[in-house]
Write a protein that binds this ligand. Structure first.
Ligand code: ADP
Ligand code: ZN
Ligand code: ZN
Length: 839
C-alpha cells in the first residue's frame, strides 16, 4: 500500500481531484479507487462515509481514505454513488491508526474498519420494489392476478415497498414468486435501498399548552374542570409533581416523557381526553439512549504518597510519552487517575481510560461517574448498535471529553487525546483473539496516544513483563506505590498442602483444614469470604471407574464439563451439550465418577460444610443476563452473601471492605497452563485475587491450596516480591528466546481434515524457511486444544528479532507465501490465522 501520509493527502477539502481511495469492510489488502462525480466534488473530504458499488451486486459503506488524481491502471473506476455525512465520521488520525494496525497485526485495513466503525454507522441494504415507470396497465400485454393488482394498488399510495410490506399487504409468507412474476410482466422494478442502520430514539413528551402553563388562573380552572374525574386529576397532579409549573413555568417547555407520566397504571385514555380538551399537548423528541447523570462529588484530596506519585508521573511526562504506575492493590491508583483526568479535560483535551471487560461493570465506573457525571461516556461491549453510535457521536460532538471503555474504545473518533490510561495493563483480555484485527489494546493504545502526541499511563499491581522491562530500560517512566491507602495493610498468605491434608480427610473433599478453619473464623466475625477457582460447571471430568472412559466433546478435543444444575455435559469451547448418560457408553458400567471441582461443585460442598452460611456464585453461568453480574455484586456489597465462589470474574476491580479471607481453591491449576507466560500469569492472577482481601480495617488472609506448595512462584507471591520473580523469569525468557526479548508470531493452520492441515502446515514451514531474515521457527505442533469445532489446529511459532525492518520483511514474505499456498488446489479450504504478539 502506498503511504497515506504525503502532505497533499491531508488537504481538508478536495480541490481538483478526480479519484478517491475508499476503505471498504472487506478482507482484501488494499483500498479501492473510485471516481468522484463532478456533482460530489465540492463535498469530498477524507473520513466521509460514502456508498459505492462493489462487485456486480453489492452496495457497501466505505470511508474516504485518500483523494488524488491518478486513475487506476487495471480497471475503469466506478463512480462514488453518494456521500452519507455532512461532516466526516472518521478523522485523519483514525485512518492513520487503522493503517498502522493493519500493518502491525498482519491484517487488512478493511478488517480494521469493520472492527472500528460501529455497525450502526454502516448501511443496511434492503431490496425494495417500485412501479416500473414504463408500465401502463391499459396497454400491458400481461394480465395481472388479484394479488399482483393488490401490490400495484399499494404502490399507488406508497412509492416503494419492502418485501416485508408486501407480505403484510397480502397476509402471506412467500412473496418472492409474486414479485418475480411482477418483474417478468414489466410492472415493477426491484432496487436496493441503502439506509443507515442507526435509528435515533424518539420519545413522545407531554406538556401543558402554553396558555395554561403561564396562567395560574387558567390552571386553577383546569383543576376545577377535572373535579370528580380522579383519573384525569391524578395525571395532572403527577405532571405537576415532576414539573412544578407554578414555581418554574419555563420547565413546561421540555415536557415530561409520556411513559414516565403514565407509569403507575394511569390510563392512556384519560390522557387523551386531557389532550383533546386542550389541557396538554404532545410532541416528539429525539433523546439520548445513554442517560445523563450529574456529578455528585469532587475528587478526593490525595494522600501524601498519592500526591508524590502524582507529581512523579507528571515529572516523567515532561520527557516521556509513557509512564508505568506500579501500585499495589488498594493503593489508590484510581484516585490518581481521577486527578489526572480532571486536569487534562480542563485543559481542553480528551481522555480515554481503558478497563478490562469485566471490571467495566463494577464499582470503578460508578466511582468515576460520581466525579465526572455526564462528561463521561462509557463504551461497553454489552451496548446495542444504537447505543454505540451514540457514544461515537458523543465523542464527535464533544459531549464526552472523557471515555471509559473496553478494548474497542480505542477506535472512537477522538481528535485531541491528551491522555490515555490503561488500567490493569497486564490483563490478557486486552488482546483480541478473533476475528482480525488481533490487536492488543494496550499496545495499540500506546500507538494511538503517540499519533495524538498524548501521554499514556499504564497502571497495575502486577505489571506485564513487557511493560516492566520497558520501564527498567528507561523507555517508560516508572512510579511505584508500595502500600495501601489509609490504614489498610496487604494480606497475609498461607499455603495449604492438599496432598498431605486430603489423606486424612474422609470426606475426600478438595479442601484443606486450614481453609475450612479460616472460613469459619471469618464467618464467626461476620466477615466475608471469596473463593477463587477458574473452572465453571460442576466437575470437569466424568469418568467410568471400570474402563476409564471420559466424556469428550464430539467436535473438539476436550473433555466435557458436568453441569449439575442443568444435568448436562457441556463443551466450554464450542457450546456442544448432551444429557448425562446413566451408564458408560463403552462398557455399560454404571460406576461413573465425577472428577475435579468446578465452581458449581465447590459451592455445593461449601454449603454442606457451612450450612449456616449464605453462598453465592459468580461465573459465566450465573451472569449470562445483562444484570446478573451487578445483582450478585449488589448482594455481596449488602452483606447478603457470606461466601462468594467465582471464576476470574471475582479477581478484578472488586473493592469491598469486609472481605477478610480469600481462598484459592487450586493453586496448581493456575500454574499448569502450558505457555511460557504461565508463571507470570499465575503471579498476576493470585496477587490480584489476593488483593481483594483486607482492603479497609479488617486484616486480609489468603489461603492457597496446592499439591506442590514448594513451587517457587508461590514463595515469591507470598513475599510480594515482584522484582525477584521478574528477574528469575526474565533469565529464562532470555535463554529460551521468548518475549520481551524476541517478537513472537503465531500462525495457526486450520482444516477439518487432519492430514490436509498437517500437509499445509509443513508446506508453510518449507516456504518460511526461505525468508531471508534471522528467525527461529517452531512447530508445527498441535494446538493446546488439537481440534475445536471440528477444525484441527496446527500451530507454528515464529521468533523474530525485535526490529520494525525485520518484521516488515517477514510480513511481506508471509503474505505472499499464504497467497501462493491458498492457490494450491489441495489447500483451498485451509485457513491460516496470523497472530502477532499472541497471548
Ligand atoms: P487501586 O485502584 O490501587 O486498587 P483504589 O483506587 O480502589 O485502589 O483505592 C482503594 C480504596 O481507597 C478505595 O475504596 C478508595 O475509594 C479509597 N481511597 C483511595 N484514595 C483515597 C483518597 N485520597 N481519599 C479517600 N479515599 C481514598
Ligand atoms: Zn466404562
Ligand atoms: Zn466442543
Amino acid at each position: 500500500m502506498e503511504s497515506l501520509f504525503g502532505d497533499q493527502d491531508f488537504l481538508d477539502k478536495n480541490s481538483g481531484n478526480n479519484f478517491a481511495d475508499i476503505i471498504l469492510p472487506v478482507p482484501i489488502p488494499r483500498m479501492f479507487t473510485y471516481r468522484i462525480p463532478s456533482t460530489l466534488k465540492s463535498e469530498i473530504q477524507i473520513g466521509l462515509r460514502v456508498i459505492v458499488q462493489f462487485g456486480k451486486k453489492k452496495v457497501l459503506t466505505g470511508i474516504i481514505g485518500k483523494v488524488h488524481n491518478k486513475p487506476p491502471q487495471a480497471y475503469d473506476a466506478k463512480p462514488i454513488l453518494d456521500i452519507l455525512d455532512a461532516e466526516p465520521s472518521v478523522n485523519p488520525l483514525q485512518i492513520r491508526f487503522w493503517v498502522w494496525m493493519a500493518e502491525y497485526y498482519f491484517c487488512h485495513i478493511g478488517e480494521v474498519m469493520f472492527a472500528a466503525l460501529p455497525s450502526g454507522l454502516r448501511l443496511s441494504s434492503e431490496s425494495k420494489i417500485q412501479v416500473n415507470p414504463n408500465f401502463d396497465p391499459e396497454t400491458s400485454k400481461y394480465p395481472l392476478d388479484i394479488r399482483e393488482e393488490k401490490i400495484l394498488e399499494a404502490l399507488e399510495n406508497q412509492a416503494e415497498l419492502s418485501y416485508e410490506d408486501c407480505e403484510k399487504i397480502l397476509g402471506i409468507k412467500t412473496i418472492h414468486p409474486i414479485i418475480k412474476s411482477l418483474v417478468a410482466k414489466e410492472a415493477i422494478l426491484i432496487f436496493e435501498k441503502v439506509q443507515d442502520k442507526y435509528s435515533p430514539k424518539v420519545e413522545t413528551r407531554i406538556r401543558l399548552v402554553p396558555g395554561i402553563a403561564k396562567d395560574k388562573n387558567a390552571l386553577q380552572a383546569v383543576f376545577e374542570a377535572v373535579q370528580g374525574k380522579p383519573k384525569q386529576e391524578s395525571i395532572l397532579l403527577k405532571f405537576l409533581r415532576d414539573i412544578p409549573v407554578f414555581q418554574r413555568p419555563e420547565l413546561n417547555e421540555k415536557g415530561l416523557d409520556k411513559a414516565t407520566l403514565l407509569e403507575e397504571g394511569d390510563s392512556e385514555s384519560s390522557l387523551k381526553t386531557l389532550i383533546k380538551n386542550g389541557v396538554f399537548e404532545s410532541f416528539k423528541q429525539i433523546v439520548n439512549r445513554i442517560e445523563e447523570v450529574e456529578a455528585e462529588r469532587k475528587a478526593y484530596a490525595l494522600s501524601s504518597s498519592q500526591q508524590a506519585a502524582f507529581d512523579e508521573i507528571k515529572g516523567h511526562f515532561e520527557t516521556k510519552q509513557t509512564v508505568l504506575l506500579h501500585g499495589v492493590t488498594g493503593s489508590g491508583k484510581t484516585e490518581i487517575y481521577i486527578q489526572l483526568i480532571e486536569e487534562v479535560i480542563d485543559s481542553g483535551s480528551q481522555v480515554l481510560l481503558l478497563l478490562p471487560e469485566i471490571a467495566l461493570t463494577t464499582q470503578i465506573v460508578g466511582r468515576l461517574k460520581q466525579v465526572f457525571g455526564s462528561k463521561m461516556g462509557v463504551f461497553h461491549s454489552k451496548y446495542s448498535d444504537n447505543e454505540r453510535v451514540e457514544v461515537w457521536n458523543g465523542v464527535l460532538s464533544g459531549r464526552f471529553p472523557f471515555v471509559v471503555g473496553v478494548r474497542s474504545s480505542i477506535f472512537l473518533p477522538f481528535d485531541s487525546l491528551g491522555l490515555v490510561i490503561i488500567d490493569e495493563e497486564h490483563e490478557p483480555s486486552y488482546k483480541q483473539f478473533d476475528p482480525a484485527p488481533r490487536f492488543h489494546a494496550r499496545d495499540a493504545a500506546i500507538m494511538l496516544a503517540y499519533f495524538h502526541q498524548a501521554k499514556t499511563l499504564l497502571g497495575s499491581a502486577t505489571p506485564s513483563f513487557e511493560s516492566y522491562s520497558n520501564a527498567s530500560q528507561g523507555k517508560y517512566g516508572y512510579v511505584s506505590l508500595d502500600h495501601r491507602f489509609g490504614d489498610a495493610t496487604l494480606p497475609e498468605f498461607h499455603l495449604a498442602n492438599l496432598s498431605a491434608d486430603r489423606k486424612k480427610n474422609l470426606l475426600k473433599l478438595d479442601s484443606t483444614r486450614l481453609l475450612r478453619e479460616k472460613i469459619q473464623q471469618a464467618l464467626d466475625q461476620q466477615q466475608q469470604v471469596l473463593i477463587f477457582q477458574n473452572r465453571r460447571g460442576y466437575s470437569p471430568y466424568v469418568q467410568c471407574e471400570d474402563c476409564g472412559w471420559t466424556g469428550q466433546c464430539v467436535q473438539c478435543d476436550v473433555s466435557l464439563t458436568y453441569h449439575q444444575f442443568a444435568e448436562e455435559l457441556r463443551c466450554h469451547y464450542c457450546g456442544y451439550k448432551e444429557k448425562v448418560a446413566q451408564s458408560c457408553p463403552v462398557c455399560g458400567s454404571t460406576q461413573l465418577s465425577l472428577e475435579g471441582m468446578g465452581t458449581e461443585r465447590i459451592e455445593e460442598s461449601l454449603s454442606l460444610l457451612f450450612p449456616e452460611a449464605r453462598l453465592g456464585r459468580m461465573d459465566l453461568d450465573t451472569t449470562r443476563n445483562k444484570h446478573g453480574y451487578q445483582r450478585i455484586l449488589d448482594e455481596f456489597a449488602a452483606g447478603q452473601i457470606d461466601i462468594l465462589v467465582g471464576t476470574q470474574m471475582i479477581t478484578k476491580g472488586l473493592d469491598f471492605g469486609n472481605v477478610s479471607v480469600v481462598g484459592i481453591w487450586d493453586g496448581d491449576r493456575i500454574l499448569n497452563f502450558p505457555d511460557f507466560r504461565s508463571g507470570e500469569r499465575a503471579f498476576q492472577q493470585i496477587t490480584q485475587v489476593a488483593g481483594r482481601a483486607g482492603r479497609r480495617e479488617v486484616k486480609g488472609q489468603v489461603i492457597i491450596q496446592s499439591r506442590k506448595p514448594e513451587n517457587e512462584v508461590f514463595e515469591n507471591i507470598i513475599r510480594g516480591d515482584y522484582l525477584e520473580y521478574f528477574r528469575q523469569e526474565m533469565m529464562d525468557r532470555k535463554k529460551y528466546y521468548y518475549p520481551p526479548y524476541v517478537k513472537l508470531i503465531k500462525i495457526t493452520t486450520r482444516h477439518t481434515d487432519f492430514k490436509t492441515a498437517e500437509k499445509a502446515a509443513h508446506a508453510l514451514h518449507h516456504q518460511m524457511a526461505k525468508i531471508p531474515i534471522k528467525k527461529i521457527v517452531l512447530g508445527p505442533e498441535k494446538g493446546v486444544i488439537a481440534r475445536i469445532k471440528n477444525q484441527y489446529q496446527l500451530e507454528s511459532l515464529i521468533k523474530l528479532e525485535k526490529s520494525g525492518a525485520t518484521q516488515s520483511v517477514f510480513k511481506e514474505n508471509l503474505t505472499r507465501i499464504i497467497e501462493e499456498l491458498q492457490a494450491v488446489p489441495d489447500f483451498r479450504s485451509v485457513r491460516w490465522v496470523v497472530d502477532v504478539d499472541p497471548n
